[in-house]
Structure formats: structure tokens, C-alpha cells
Design a protein around this ligand. Structure first.
Ligand code: ATP
Length: 251
């Protein structure tokens, strides 16, 4: 079932287009989003999170057209978003921080305490739930950010570089959580860590210079690479081969 549908998307900052003529259909599962620095991944995430309005194109999230105010409100209640960098009140505890997002997403008050504790537990922070945000390490802050993104059990979960700053043990646990979340939600994960894609993603998209130059299975990206391509792993070789092909075709 397709639950995210984008057609003819164009987004720019000022006059400069950053995403151009982008078409994308996403169903339930974990979708990895790869691409070089500045390719447009965060911009795409921001459009899906409804915080950036496209210049052109049609975006439907969970069956709701974002051009319509009622649709936008329904979609916002059902999505979770971890931005690449996020602000917080430093004196909030982890529990208060996650509660605040539950409230913003209009969760029923009676359901909030249990949902907050469950989200904090799922990211392994329950023993720090009463610590103030300003006392957390970088990796712990990211985990608190993931907890706020999943507190409402979102149907569409957008995670912009969620594994940045996590230690190896936490990354392995987080990938298991991703696989679990992707069983019944659309999960989009922007990452530079190709190992995350191999370990946790059901599908992968590659953005280069504002265009989607590949979508397919992680194994298909791996198969695109050959011995002559640069990279230390099969998926890195696939990644560089696809980028090289897309750039040659664009010349
Ligand atoms: N607020 C902004 N104003 C102007 N230009 C911007 C703004 N945000 C991003 N850009 C530009 O848009 C392009 C795409 O940026 P974006 O952050 O979407 O890339 P990205 O693929 O997420 O990169 P990275 O991997 O480095 O996070 C870049 O050229 C960037 O400089």
C-alpha cells in the first residue's frame, strides 16, 4: 500500500531549485535515503514533515493531500520527525521533553504517560528519564530525539541522520528498533552510514543534486557496483557506481 506519494516536486530556497521534478511512492517499510552532502535529503525530509512548503508538485501523506488544511492537520498528528538538529529547553527532563511532543501531536492526555515511558524505554533511556536535557551526552540527546519522534506511534516516521553520534552498541539496537517500526509504519531514514541501509532498510533511495537517481532494494544497489568502483564494501561500490552513472547521464 502506498502511503506517501509525491509527484512533480520542486523545492527551492529563494530562486535556486534544490529538488527538481521529484517523484516518489513509499509504502510500509524502512526506506533509506542516501546521497552526498548538499544533495537535498534534509530538504525532502522537511517537505515530508510538512515544515517546508514545496514551490510545485503534489504531496500526499497517509492519503491526505497537504494542499488542504484539514489534510495537513490529520497528517501532522500521525507523523513523527527527528530533524538533523533540534532545539529543546535545557531544563526540561527527558520525560518532560517527550511529553511536550506528545502534547504537540494532540495525543489524548490519558494515553500520554504510558506512551512517553514506552518511547523512552524503546531508545534505552529509561534510567535517565528524570535527568535534565542539558546533562545528556550527544548520543543520549539523539536518543531522546528519537523517543519524541516515536511517542505517538506514528504511521509516518522521518528520521534525519538518527545514528549520528550513537555508539556501536546503540546503533545495533537502534537498527533492530527500526526493523520493528517498519513492520507497520512508513519509516524514512536519511543516513550517510551505508551499513545502516544494509542492516535495516527494506528499500533505498539515492538523491544527487536534487534528483532521485536510484530507488530499489539494497541488494539492487549492491549489484550496481563492480570491482572497478571505489568503496570499501559492496554497497559503497554500488553507491559510487550509481552516482557516476547519473552524473555521466546528466552531462
Ligand atoms: N535554509 C536554507 N537556505 C538556503 N539554502 C539552503 C538552506 N538549507 C539548505 N540549503 C541548500 O540546499 C541544498 C540541499 O541541502 P540539504 O540540507 O537538503 O542537503 P542534504 O542532502 O541533507 O545534505 P547533508 O548530507 O550535508 O545533510 C544545499 O545546497 C544547501 O546549501
Amino acid at each position: 500500500m502506498t502511503t506517501v506519494s509525491i509527484s512533480g516536486l520542486r523545492v527551492g530556497y529563494g530562486r535556486r531549485p534544490v529538488l527538481e521534478d521529484l517523484n516518489l511512492e513509499l509504502g510500509v517499510g524502512v526506506h533509506g535515503l542516501l546521497g552526498p552532502n548538499g544533495a537535498g535529503k534534509t530538504t525532502l525530509m522537511r517537505v515530508l514533515a510538512t515544515v517546508l512548503r514545496p514551490d510545485r508538485g503534489d504531496v500526499r501523506l497517509l492519503g491526505q493531500p497537504l494542499s488542504d488544511h484539514a489534510g495537513l492537520r490529520v497528517a501532522r498528528r500521525r507523523l513523527g520527525y527527528l530533524p538533523q538538529s533540534f532545539g529543546f529547553y535545557p531544563r526540561f527532563t527527558v520525560r518532560e521533553f517527550v511529553e511536550y511532543f506528545a502534547w504537540l501531536r494532540e495525543m489524548p492526555s490519558a494515553a500520554i504517560p504510558l506512551a512517553v515511558d514506552r518511547a523512552i524505554e524503546r531508545v534505552g533511556l529509561l534510567d535517565r528519564a528524570d535527568d535534565r536535557m542539558k546533562h545528556l551526552s550527544g548520543g543520549m540527546l539523539r536518543r531522546a530525539g528519537i523517543a519524541q519522534a516515536i511517542v505517538n506511534d506514528p504511521r509516518l516516521l522521518l528520521l534525519d541522520e538518527p545514528t549520528a553520534g550513537l555508539d556501536p552498541e546503540q546503533r545495533v539496537e537502534f537498527r533492530a528498533l527500526l526493523r520493528e517500526l517498519g513492520l507497520d509504519a512508513v519509516v524514512v531514514v536519511s543516513t550517510h552510514l551505508v551499513e545502516d541501509v544494509v542492516a535495516a532498510c527494506t528499500r533505498v533511495g539515492l538523491v544527487d543534486n536534487g534528483r532521485l537517481v536510484f530507488t530499489g532494494l539494497p541488494d539492487e544497489l549492491i549489484a550496481a557496483g563492480g570491482d572497478g568502483d571505489s568503496g570499501d564494501s559492496p554497497i559503497e561500490r554500488g553507491y559510487t557506481a550509481v552516482l557516476r552513472g547519473a552524473r555521466e547521464a546528466a552531462r
